[in-house]
Write a protein that binds this ligand. Structure first.
Ligand SMILES: NC(=O)c1ccc[n+]([C@@H]2O[C@H](COP(=O)([O-])OP(=O)(O)OC[C@H]3O[C@@H](n4cnc5c(N)ncnc54)[C@H](OP(=O)(O)O)[C@@H]3O)[C@@H](O)[C@H]2O)c1
Length: 250
């Protein structure tokens, strides 16, 4: 399946008239995937914390002539439940439903042995990587249910699938997201049209990768724009009926 989706050839209009929210859409993988969703016809809601970066992606989408995007600035680390309710209310008013939700924003924290891991940093990583997707899913569930066929995708990591020394809160938050994905998929499978899966993008040339591996030659890893095929597959109708699965983008 992984081989199949990393080479997936998306039809040009795969995401026509789809409303898709991408978190962490201002940079790295989120930015590349958001642009590719738009290129395939989606109206993309660009959610992130740095407005300048979101505006840049918004402009690139507009200049390319893709469907007009929307910007939703939000800091997932500091957001509380009422901010998510406000997000849901805004999307309800503007779009009336949600067809796709990509949980992509991520916070690395630090690579430190657990014995020395700063407890405050631990909470910040968990808030951004685990609690935020959980609360966002809850808040947006009503809108996802209004779609004929909605897709929720969590972003994992190799260290979320097999723990590795020093990856601390980041790895544990990703492992927890895999479990959250499985529980959600299981709960929603019988009574809704919502599928829920996870994707590990694999080593990709982004700011986060450079922070995690400062000594590595960035050219060693593919650019975010070259790993988007699996994301298209999971968001589009060709993955209908597939739920509770773990995928790799590379
Ligand atoms: N790159 C890799 O090799 C790799 C490998 C495995 C998994 N991943 C996962 O892939 C996803 C994307 O990573 P990336 O490499 O593209 O990272 P990135 O270049 O650092 O981009 C992460 C994005 O998330 C946003 N973000 C971070 N904290 C946020 C917050 N509190 N509120 C809102 N937005 C926030 C960032 O916003 P700002 O631009 O404002 O900072 C940025 O746009 C992450 O979930 C990461 O864990 C990446």
């Amino acid at each position: 399946m992984t081989t199949e989706i990393k080479n997936y050839q998306a039809p040009e209009n795969l995401l026509k008239e789809q409303i898709i929210l991408v978190t962490g859409a201002g940079d790295g993988i989120g930015a590349a995937v958001a642009k590719d969703f738009a290129r395939h016809g989606a109206t993309v809601i660009l959610l992130g914390r740095t407005v300048r970066k979101l505006e840049q992606i918004y402009d690139e989408i507009e200049q390319a002539g893709y469907p007009q995007a929307a910007i939703y600035p939000m800091n997932l680390e500091g957001a509380c439940e009422k901010d998510y309710v406000e997000l849901a209310n805004t999307l309800e008013k503007e779009f009336g439903r949600l067809d796709g939700l990509l949980h992509n924003a991520g916070f690395l924290g630090s690579l430190t042995p657990l014995e020395q891991y700063d407890t405050e940093l631990w909470s910040r990583v968990m808030q951004t990587n685990l609690n935020a997707p959980f609360i966002m899913n809850r808040a947006l569930m009503g809108l996802l249910k209004k779609s004929n066929s909605a897709s929720v995708v969590f972003t994992s990591s190799s260290v979320g699938r097999k723990g590795r020394a020093y990856w601390g809160a980041y790895a544990i938050s990703k492992a927890a997201c895999e479990n959250l994905m499985e529980i959600m998929a299981d709960e929603l499978e019988a009574n809704t049209h919502i599928r829920v899966n996870s994707i590990d993008p694999g080593a990709t040339r982004t700011g986060m990768r450079a922070r995690a591996y400062p000594g590595e030659d960035p050219a060693k890893n593919p650019e975010p724009g070259s790993i988007t095929k699996a994301y298209l597959y999971l968001m589009g109708s060709d993955s209908k009926g597939i739920t509770g699965q773990r995928f790799n983008a590379q």
